[in-house]
Design a protein. Structure first.
Ligand SMILES: [Zn+2]
Length: 453
């Protein structure tokens, strides 16, 4: 399918990558652009051009009415951004939104989350995943990194909806479930890795150093090596985890992964709240990708990650909401804003984590964290994952710095078109691949059966 998105604005940093001469008149163009989509890839970005259609004074975009495109989207000057990447979440937990609020991580997990998770069926996880995907599409998220169980159900929701995703079967060996989990993870890889024309990829997901024994971590690493896929793991999320690693292994959680040889392969570490300077150096040497989840870390009272130090060291960092049970939304705009604001306050320094950095983390940084290539930028040859944002609202006016306005003034409510892998999945206030009424009905049914509402 060929789509033309005509007459949109771009961020100055994106505009600077392109020749701004009008291809038809060779004069410098005005201020808007056209984007051509072929299949699931961006074909071109070029200055917006119109030609008169004769009587009536109407204008048209060259090529747009010659049957060259299957669909022409009139941007009307709206801002096009790369689709946002929610690099760390647990879609199946979306049914648990609002269940067990205001508790610290371990009490939250042990008393609320783990008991109710034992009740979740594959059907619950399917509808929870679809609920999460619908919420994310409306907020302009086109890619997610997920870790949970009943992952076939999540993969089915991802495949049907059109979202790009990196999926991991969450693994732990406390309670003796490690072997079965590993088998399911291998099956997930066989069935879904690089499926849907590469839109779905798979990682192996050992939950955390505190829920996996060293032997099991080593086993998951060996399995990942054989399957040729990276690991996605929670690391250094709480002070308790740091203390336990020091008591049990005389090192940090990341240091333990290094000692076990796990960092010999590609690893994505979610949270990194308690990374020491040595951990940051180790992560840099081993190219460990980081996912910063400020909303979840704040809500669970876990702490504030040393993001400015990690950025300064040059680590590749994306953003994640974590689950809807610890956030409680999957709104990456909030994570962008939080990741700039909390570190300014924490460091008493307004210059740290500027808006442009948060925006990069929310897009290309997230794709890097998930080991995805050519995702997260509006460039020819890159994935056709993009959103149109209405930046004409009063809260955008006046706009002196567009990137700062996106991060500090914009929000999910300003997204009015979402395209994932070349497919329009949200437009004009409605989801195009998800039946929203049926979704809400099914979600309520699941929640009632589980006694959640
Ligand atoms: Zn998580």
């Amino acid at each position: 399918m060929k789509i033309l998105i005509a007459n949109i604005s771009l961020l100055p940093s994106t505009e600077s990558l392109f020749d701004s001469h009008d291809p038809y008149t060779n004069t410098r163009h005005s201020s808007t652009w056209d984007i051509g989509i072929a299949g699931d890839v961006i074909e071109f970005v070029r200055p917006h051009t119109t030609v008169p259609m004769g009587a009536g004074g109407r204008e048209r975009t060259p090529g747009s009415e010659a049957g060259e495109y299957d669909k022409v989207i009139l941007g009307d000057g709206r801002l096009a951004l790369p689709g946002l990447v929610n690099a760390h979440t647990h879609l199946g937990m979306t049914l648990l939104r609002g269940y067990g609020d205001d508790l610290p991580l371990m009490q939250w997990l042990e008393e609320k989350i783990w008991p109710i998770e034992a009740e979740l069926s594959a059907d619950d996880v399917y509808w929870a995943s679809l609920l999460a995907i619908g919420e994310m599409f409306k907020a302009g998220v086109t890619t997610c990194g997920d870790m949970y169980f009943h992952m076939d159900a999540t993969a089915k929701a991802i495949a049907e909806s059109g979202m790009r995703a990196s999926l991991s079967r969450g693994l732990q060996d406390i309670g003796g479930s490690g072997k079965q989990g590993l088998q399911e993870a291998a099956a997930l890889c066989r069935n879904w890795h690089n499926s849907c024309r590469g839109r779905v990829t798979v990682m192996l997901g050992p939950h955390a150093p505190y829920t996996c024994s060293p032997e099991f971590l080593r086993q998951t690493f060996d399995k990942a090596q054989r399957l040729g896929i990276p690991l996605h793991i929670h690391v250094a999320e709480t002070e308790t985890e740091i203390q336990e690693a020091a008591d049990n292994y005389k090192t940090t959680p990341l240091g333990l992964l290094e000692e076990l040889g796990v960092l010999d392969g590609p690893v994505t570490a979610a949270h990194a709240v308690y990374f020491s300077p040595d951990d940051i150096q180790l992560a840099l040497e081993r190219d460990v990708r980081i996912i910063h989840c400020p909303g979840s870390n704040m809500k669970l009272g876990s702490g504030i990650a040393p993001l400015p130090d990690m950025l300064e060291a040059g680590l590749k960092i994306g953003l994640g909401t974590d689950s809807a049970a610890s956030n409680n939304t999957l709104n990456l705009w909030e994570e962008m804003r939080l990741s700039s604001l909390i570190h300014k306050a924490e460091n008493r320094n307004a210059k740290v984590v500027p808006a442009e950095t948060s925006l990069t983390m929310a897009t290309k940084g997230g794709a890097d964290a998930l080991h995805l290539n050519k995702v997260g930028k509006i460039l020819p040859g890159w994935a056709a994952d993009l959103i149109l944002v209405d930046n004409k609202g009063l809260h955008w006016q006046p706009t002196s710095d567009l990137e700062a306005s996106v991060v500090y003034a914009g929000g999910a409510q300003d997204v009015n078109l979402t395209m994932a892998a070349g497919r329009v999945v949200y437009e004009g206030g409605r989801l195009t691949t998800i039946d929203e009424d049926r979704l809400v009905y099914q979600v309520q049914k699941c929640a009632q059966r589980l006694g959640l509402c």
